[in-house]
Design a protein around this ligand. Sequence first.
Ligand code: RP5
Length: 165
Amino acid sequence: MTKTKTPVAIIMGSQSDWQTMKHAADTLDTLGVGHDSRIISAHRTPDRLVSFAKGARDEGFKVIIAGAGGAAHLPGMTASMTALPVFGVPVESKALSGQDSLLSIVQMPAGIPVGTLAIGRAGAVNAALLAAAVLALSDPALADRLDRWRATQSDSVAERPVDPA
Ligand code: RP5
């Protein structure tokens, strides 16, 4: 198996999840963290899922971000087949506004952890920040970039509100 130099895998159940998961990719880009995005459906492409999850460590990945909506089994099934950290992003579904996705991902049985984030964009951004924080434990340059990212965010918050234009 070819080793990747990209430490973060971003996987999602459908092309339709990319609109949400792109925020994770963009955040990792801002932090200078390599990533690879793939469509892997727990239901429609189960063989692809098994192959990816069982081989993720050997491929060189260190952290997996998994986004899915509805009956969102992707993060949990991935975590069942790898000991790499898995962060789950509940994608906002049309029918139930992502509450189905959230409950599908968050209620893992003891023994197989998935770090579950917020529904939608906030969850995707925060999954990327958490992935970066994990990698920063052994990468001082990345730790510096993460500190600067947070300082920039603090600086961008106005002290007083203004009326909308
Ligand atoms: C899930 O079903 C995917 O993660 C997606 O959020 C949802 C709907 O998929 P599509 O019907 O848009 O392909 O597996």
